[in-house]
Each structure stands twice: as C-alpha cells, then as structure tokens.
Write a protein that binds this ligand. Structure first.
Ligand code: PLP
Length: 443
C-alpha cells in the first residue's frame, strides 16, 4: 500500500485528538499539538506499515495477540467465507455451526474427559469473569456459599473488568490505588510456598485459585519457578479449591507448547483463552471447564439454577469462531509448533549475543517465544519511573524498524510465529541500537 498523503494523515491525527480516548495512554501527551501519532494502515506477515509507508516488525504481536501474521490468506478467506453466510447471531438459546465446530476442536486439544465444555465470551477479561462466576456458582450449587473468594498472586494481571482487575496484583492496573479492596474478595499470596501458612478458615472461603501458568505477563514477563503450577494443582486438589488457569497470554503456542499447562502436566478446572484464539484477528474468548462443573449446573433443580446468567451480545461471534477454527487448522497444516522451535532457540541466541552484553541490560527472561529484557542503571538499581527509559527505548526502536511496547522498563519481544530468522535478527538489533542510543544519551 502506498503512503497516505501527509495532509490526510495530519487531518486524521487532529480528529483523533479531538474525538478519541485511547486505552493505557497518557492523554495530555497524546493530545499535544507536537505529538505525531503512529497511524497503522496495513500489515502483512510479521510486518505492520504506517501511513508514511514505513514498515515495522510487530514486536509484541499487536499486544500479544497475533500468531500467524497479518493478512494471512487462510484467515482472511475463512472470515470472508463466514461473512458470506452471516456475521453474527445471538448465542442465547440457539447455536451455529462455527461455534459447535470450534468448541469440539478446542476440547480435542486436551486429554479425553478432562476439559469437555466451552463457554464463549469476548476477550481475556470476560473469559476470566466467566470463570469467576462459574466457580462461585458451582459452590453455591454445592451448598457452600461461604466459598466466594479467590486466591490470586502478587503481580498478577487478569484483565481490566472489575472482577478480573480485583484479582490483579499490580496497583496501577487496578485503577483504585487508594483503596486496596476491589469488588471481589481476594486472598493474595506471593507464591506457592506461602500456601502452607494459610489458615484453614481462610481456605474454607476460597472458590478458586487463579494463576497465569509459567509466565506473569504484565508483571514484566516474570517466570514462575519450575513446578509452581503443579504444586498449586496439588494444593487445590488437597483443599478442593478450583484451579483457574489464565492462558490468555500463554495459550496457543506462546510458551513453545500449545498450552503452558502441558509443561507441568496440569489440567485446570477452568481454563481461560482469548488473544491468540482467533490468531489475533477478532475479539473472541473461551472458558473451558470440566464435566463435574458443568453437571453441577445441568443437574441442578430449577430452570434458574440450571442457567448461568452470564453472556454478552457478541458471545460466540460467528466471524470470530470461523477465524479461530482456521487458526487451529493452520497449527495442524503448517506444523506451527514444530516450525517455532528453531525460532525460539534463535531468539535465545540473539538476546544473549546482542542484548546481554549491554551495560544497562539486567535480567533477560525467556519462555518460548516470549522475552522480557530489564533495563537498569549501572548501579543495578531500576531507573526512576519518571525517566521513562523503557518507553524511550521502544520509541527509538521504531526508527530501526521495530514496534513494541515496554512494561515499565522491561522491553518485550514476542513477535508473530511467522517472523523470519532475518526479521527476528532485525527486531533484536533494533532494540540493541535503541537501548544504546537512549542510555548513552543519559537517562
Ligand atoms: C494473562 C492475561 N489475562 C487476561 C488479560 C486480559 O485480556 P484482554 O485484554 O483481552 O481483556 C491479559 C491481557 O493482557 C493477560 O495478559
């Protein structure tokens, strides 16, 4: 696609500043007359293109969603095919072929008779809300209304709706820094070692325990010690607490296996999927659960007790389901997971060869095709937050052809799986050059 005329881009930017409110974006900075917003107009494979025609490697997979690249011919065709039939219909008390096929395909990804039921919703946050609602109502149906709180971890992030945000362990993302309690009862721990000290009377209030398996994404791609997930599964079994795995970020190959839970041979009671479910094309989410939990609703007495009073207008959107089905077909046909393994190894090599030697680079964490790189002062201390070092490095990386977004001063590299070895090298090199430019200019 050709560059958009400059006057058109300027008009767009002015109108945006007058009318749009962007998420996770400081408003005064965005609306400043001197600020030239990045305007993305097209994409292909691992590359996004802006209105001036400049190309960027999509270094964080468009906020951790895109898997097989932009404008993938098969995904585009699948959505178009579904569009030829219909785009959307209600899922309340009726069904459609793409949703049924997708639910069956998702269940088939897990060992037989484990996760057997799929409840659709719209995004990662609603996938979590569904899990929370099901878990609480499960215990109500078992005559245990006191089990209405959730165990969650320090630095957790599970989304921005009020229930999901209450689970969050990062105050900034909760939005109510002054007041520690969200609308949901949460028992917070730092790690599984603290579980042994929880009093029985607290455990008796727990409906479920929620964890991001293997990697806490928004915490800065923080890796759990090996065995954490399996230990939490064992503790949940011991105390009959439902285990809720939030694979919104880690699902669909990000950690090198289809699901992170596989790496510790864990099957949760509720599993939340979103982001990569549609290959990063459309907002769709799924909460998978077991027959035991489904039966507690199905076998309940009244019509009302059999009903989960939860659902959104766009639940099981047909375009989203068609994209998700094609996403899974691509995994099979293109052997996506096998193709990804050498790229995971190359990413490790590049990070250690190009970034580890830099004086301001601290820890580098990698899990599959996810990497977090900490920037630190020479003293080893974090930079003052106001210096915005991570943001400035990512801004500088754009000139070198990489688009990514930091988590405070942790740089994130997690491009689409279709990224070529040469593009991966360009991406890491862009961060190296940007980090050197910003840190040597004084922070
Ligand atoms: C682990 C995890 N859970 C839930 C969410 C929320 O997903 P969404 O932004 O689609 O609501 C995110 C988003 O980054 C996430 O990383």
């Amino acid at each position: 696609m050709n560059a958009v005329p400059r006057s058109e881009v300027q008009h767009l930017a002015t109108l945006d500043k007058e009318r749009v409110w962007h998420p996770f974006t400081p408003l005064r900075e965005w609306c400043a007359p001197t600020h030239e917003p990045l305007v993305i107009v097209s994409g292909e494979g691992a590359v996004l293109r802006d209105a001036q025609g400049q190309e960027y490697i999509d270094g964080n997979s468009s906020i951790w969603t895109n898997l097989h690249g932009h404008c993938h011919p098969r995904l585009n065709a699948a959505i178009t095919r579904q569009l030829g039939a219909f785009a959307h219909c209600s899922f309340l008390g009726q069904t459609h072929p793409a949703a049924v096929a997708l639910a069956s395909a998702l269940v088939a990804l897990f060992p037989p008779d484990t996760l057997t039921r799929v409840f659709f919703s719209d995004d990662g946050s609603t996938a979590i809300e569904v899990a929370l609602r099901i878990a609480r109502e499960f215990w109500l149906r078992h005559g245990q209304p006191a089990r209405n709180q959730f165990l969650a971890f320090d630095l957790a992030y599970h989304g921005d709706t009020l229930g999901a945000a209450s689970l969050g362990g990062i105050a900034t993302f909760r939005g109510w820094q002054e007041c520690n309690d969200g609308p949901l009862g949460v028992v917070r721990v730092g790690g599984v070692a603290e579980l042994a000290a929880l009093p029985q009377k607290v455990i008796a209030t727990l409906a479920g325990a929620v964890i991001e398996p293997l990697v806490q994404g928004a915490a800065g791609m923080r890796l759990w010690p090996a065995g954490t997930l399996a230990a939490l599964r064992a503790w949940c079994d011991q105390h009959d607490v439902l285990l809720i795995a939030d694979e919104v970020l880690t699902g669909f190959g990000r950690t090198g296996t289809m699901f992170a839970c596989e790496q510790e041979a864990v099957v949760p009671d509720l599993l939340c999927l979103a982001k990569g479910l549609t290959g990063g094309y459309l907002p769709l989410a799924a909460t998978l659960t077991t027959e035991r939990i489904f039966r507690s609703f199905h076998g309940a007495g009244t019509r009302e007790e059999q009903t989960l009073f939860y659902g959104h207008s766009y639940t099981a959107n047909a375009l989203g389901c068609a994209a998700a089905l094609e996403n899974l077909a691509i995994f099979r046909d293109e052997q996506t997971l096998a193709q990804l393994q050498p790229k995971i190894a190359l990413l490790a090599e590049l990070l250690h060869a190009q970034l580890a030697p830099l004086p301001h680079v601290g820890a580098i964490r990698q899990c599959g095709f996810i990497a977090g790189i900490d920037l630190l002062q020479l003293s080893g201390e974090p930079f003052p937050p106001a210096a915005l070092v991570g943001a400035r490095v990512c801004q500088a990386a754009r000139k070198h052809g990489l688009l990514t977004r930091p988590i405070r001063d942790t740089l994130v590299v997690m491009p689409p799986y279709c990224t070529t070895p040469a593009q991966l090298e360009t991406a890491v090199n862009a961060l190296r050059r940007a980090a050197l430019e910003i840190t040597s200019a004084g922070c």
